[in-house]
Design a protein around this ligand. Sequence first.
Ligand SMILES: Cc1cc2nc3c(=O)[nH]c(=O)nc-3n(C[C@H](O)[C@H](O)[C@H](O)COP(=O)(O)O)c2cc1C
Ligand SMILES: [Fe+2]
Ligand SMILES: [Fe+2]
Length: 394
Amino acid sequence: MFAQKISDALYYVGVNDRKNELFERMISLPHGVTYNSYLLVDEKVTLFDSVEICYAEESIDKIRRVLGERKVDYMILHHIEPDHSSGIRQYLAVYPDMQLVCTQKAAEMLQGYYGVTANIKTVDEGEELSLGSHKLKFIFAPMVHWPEVMMSYEQTEKILFSADGFGCFHTLDGAIVDRQLNIEPHISEMERYYVNIVGKYGLPVQNLFKKLADYSIDTICSLHGPVWQEHKDRVMGVYDRLSKYEGAEGVVIVYGSMYLHTEAMAEAIACGAHEITKNVIVHDASKSDVSQIITDIFRYKGFVVGSPTYNGAIYPRVQEVVERIEHRGLKNRVFAAFGSFTWAGQAVKLLNEFGQRMKYDVVDPIEVKHAMQGTDDYNRFYSLGREVALKCKN
Ligand SMILES: Cc1cc2nc3c(=O)[nH]c(=O)nc-3n(C[C@H](O)[C@H](O)[C@H](O)COP(=O)(O)O)c2cc1C
Ligand SMILES: [Fe+2]
Ligand SMILES: [Fe+2]
């Protein structure tokens, strides 16, 4: 396979992973993912990150075709999560003399995971490294989304090598740079990537934005997905909005339902919400992909959740959704709970307590014994949907 040129000096030597079905053995990958790596050829030859072990040979092959007999002088390691580092020993077998440039925390991980201790050059925040006509400056980005993460800014071409930051799921199907692509599928996979991988770390992402304000950026080279140039502002906007936990106008209704009593309530709520807004999404928690459910909850301001009582508790598939939301500390939502029970209701009470714990704007919950009965009941759920949607306007 061949490297692809991004500029006169910069090559893409990353890979597509079309095989892995679950990122971090948990998050679905319907459109695959890339592990990006970049090669900068100047007086010094610099490799920016490496790829997952199964793909190391493929990436090394691309590097060799660019370099021929030339060697790699530096490998910059921005992030040591194994999707970017597990192939390290294969790279070292080919380029044993290259210096590994990383943070002190990253160096500890390299030793702990791979026993790699030689030729490591640790750097500090703000330190610079000259590569010839190109010059790097290191920007630490702790907890975006691991503690050892740094980014580097290349001053001549104004490139930000951003680690996982501004990354997304989705393979690169031929083209690498955003202006050659229909970016919409990448943007929606960026939202799902952000929410599931980075979602808990809104504050560290906001701290990073404060640092990046000092830099003029023309190109973003992240570790997953396209190289961003034309659409870099939009992409930074996605990360900014999600890390501020801002929701757009709209309502997401998530429910679990074994015998369709709770589902009927969800339908009534959706109709009421639709009277006010076009943006209404209904998810059956037993069917929809949980990574997509929580992404939609991050997108919109209204969050309505329904569950039957199940062994004195919330229905497990719904419980999983609220746990993931609580774990990520999602803020600023208009919230309501609803559901069905038969002998001793608990689920709606527990869901309502979740909404209060999260300090949401909580609309009065509705719990019904058995099933909705007639128009009066229907209207109560319809009104609940309407009320939540109204509160989400502006
Ligand atoms: C395994 C199981 C456990 C249940 N546990 C409770 C319970 O603890 N308290 C209760 O009031 N109802 C309980 N129910 C009854 C359901 O809450 C009731 O059937 C409800 O209407 C189901 O709503 P759905 O049609 O939306 O699934 C249980 C039902 C099942 C199947
Ligand atoms: Fe990562
Ligand atoms: Fe990654």
